[in-house]
Design a protein around this ligand. Structure first.
Ligand code: AMP
Ligand code: MG
Length: 415
């Protein structure tokens, strides 16, 4: 990627995060390698080739009810029908079906050849082999016709579909024992900072535990990602350089946290200028103003800010869509919902804010939302008690209780 192509943020001031994402995504393409996996291993993977139904769906006319199958025409006289046999699911009736006959049928049972209609058993009176059926509402009642859902050879899924629970079922229904999916993304990540100690060790004065690496591990625990944890790298230019080169060698995407602002120990920027083509974005987003994106060798690079909440917010808003597109997924629309604010919010115009919120329903069933309280960018507990972002636009100022705000509920993932 030539440097000029990512240098799209050179205008003064801060860039809207949604605009930044649009520009960034223009530089991201899906991996091209694919692999075949058995259906048992397909959950959460992303289809790389269309799936075609191997059979008609359903494969034969069958009954949607327990009851009696017959000819519609034979019901017109109101005369009793003669019971000639039974059709159970998995055990079709193969005998003759003369005029005026009917067959006892169970849900999923094959409709005998000359028949076209089913009456449910609640509307039938059987006396030995003589059965009186109330006329059903229409010819073809309670019959699931062959091929009504899909026909043999029909494309069921296009590439880019993420295989979730319903897709697992559909793939089995259409006979797809194997599917072609994009290969998993390899994502390498490390934290930077002299103050960071691994959890389980002693903290010296001035130290903190490295939490971002664990939060990022959680975020990367998805079925289309293999991740490589490269640990904590101290604020030492040589170590940071070798970590970058090692990561870029093995990964499709390299993610780091910390060191992307302009402090004295923020070597990440200096080293990236040397080994990659990176643009440092000053985003109009709170929390999370500094964010780096670009390329090192063949790998995409995302540099998250060190503050734990900033790091998670920029991950959700920017890195997740980047990974999804690289993995072969389309970019889904973000769910935005209006809700009534039950507390006041202080905000200065200038940046887009993603405050952590808790939504619930009031006694009348109306959606309401409150903040989690203090919104410091280092207070990660605000993320875990929240269930949504309260999104306040750039030029928005203070908001009073009772006003309507936009929330983005954290989206559930199919894993
Ligand atoms: P930086 O972006 O490196 O300037 O870091 C900003 C703030 O985030 C500082 O208070 C750091 O101590 C903190 N921080 C940086 N990385 C981490 C991490 N991996 N886990 C927890 N806090 C971090
Ligand atoms: Mg740092």
């Amino acid at each position: 990627m030539p440097k000029a192509s990512v240098d799209c943020c050179s205008q003064p001031g801060l860039m809207r995060p949604d605009l930044a994402l649009e520009k960034i995504l223009a530089h991201v393409s899906a991996v091209t390698d694919t692999e075949q996996v058995g259906l048992d291993d397909a959950m959460g993977r992303i289809l790389a080739q269309p799936v075609v139904s191997l059979i008609d769906l359903p494969p034969f006319d069958n009954s949607a009810m327990d009851g009696y199958a017959c000819r519609w025409q034979d019901l017109q006289s109101g005369q009793p029908l003669t019971l000639v046999g039974t059709s159970l699911a998995g055990h079709p009736f193969e005998g003759d079906t003369p005029k005026g006959s009917c067959v006892r049928i169970m849900t999923g049972g094959q409709i005998p050849k000359q028949y076209d209609t089913v009456q449910m058993q609640e509307n039938a009176q059987a006396n030995g082999n003589s059965v009186v059926l109330q006329q059903p509402y229409a010819q073809g009642a309670h019959v699931r016709p062959k091929g009504e859902e899909a026909s043999q050879g029909q494309v069921i899924y296009q590439p880019g579909v993420r295989i979730g629970a319903p897709e697992m079922g559909v793939l089995a229904t259409v006979g797809a024992a194997k599917v072609t999916v994009y290969r998993r993304l390899t994502v390498a990540f490390f934290s930077t900072g002299d103050e960071l100690k691994p959890v389980g060790s002693e903290l010296n004065p001035g130290d903190i535990y490295d939490s971002n690496r664990y939060a990022i591990k959680g975020l990367l625990s998805r079925s289309y990602v293999d991740y490589i944890d490269l640990g904590v790298i101290s604020d030492d230019p040589d170590k940071i350089r070798s970590a970058f080169l090692e990561a870029a060698e093995v990964a499709d995407v390299v993610i780091t946290s910390g060191g992307v602002s302009v402090g004295d120990a923020d070597f990440v920027k200096q080293i990236l200028d040397e080994v990659g083509q990176i643009n440092f974005w000053k985003l109009a987003i709170k929390p999370g103003k500094p964010f780096a994106f670009g390329q090192i060798g063949k790998a995409l690079f995302c540099g998250l800010p060190g503050n734990p909440v900033s790091s998670m917010v920029t991950y959700y808003k920017l890195v997740q869509p980047i990974l999804a597109k690289r993995a072969g997924l389309p970019t889904p629309p973000v769910l935005k919902v209006p809700a009534t604010l039950t507390c006041a919010i202080r905000k200065r115009p200038g940046r887009m804010e993603y405050q952590r919120g808790i939504y619930s329903y009031d006694a009348q069933g109306k959606l309401q939302v409150m903040t989690t309280g203090a919104q410091g960018s280092g207070m990660l507990t605000s993320m875990s008690v929240s269930n949504c972002f309260i999104v306040l636009d750039m030029d928005q100022g203070n908001v009073a209780a009772g006003e309507t705000v936009t929330i983005e509920p954290y989206q559930q993932v199919l894993e």
